[in-house]
Ligand binder design. Sequence first.
Ligand SMILES: [Zn+2]
Length: 123
Amino acid sequence: MGRSIGKGRAALENLWRRRKELLEILLAETPVLVGTVYDTLRKCGNPTCRCAERPTHRQTLLLFKKAGRRRCRFVRQEDAAALRGAAQRYRQWRMALRDFHTLQSRERGLLKGQILKRAIALK
Ligand SMILES: [Zn+2]
């Protein structure tokens, strides 16, 4: 009986370590971009440019929602890397939040397991 309490306890402690890692992601203060950054090819509009036949100019776009509506913006090349990084951090944040939720369910289960072991046997 003592051994199984120890196992449940060890599982909880592993879970708390993981939760601490997740909280660091969830509470980080680095800016995030709630949107998607992607590259596309476009035409520049100059009829003598080689893109007149098919789009060749790389253009970075930012997709996001504002007031429930989908919006699209052009991104300057000098801003692209920073925005991609910020979008990546937002994806990581979302994954961390999902993991945090899963972890909380497991924690509840483990805690319930612990209290059942302390229950006075009734005859
Ligand atoms: Zn062109």
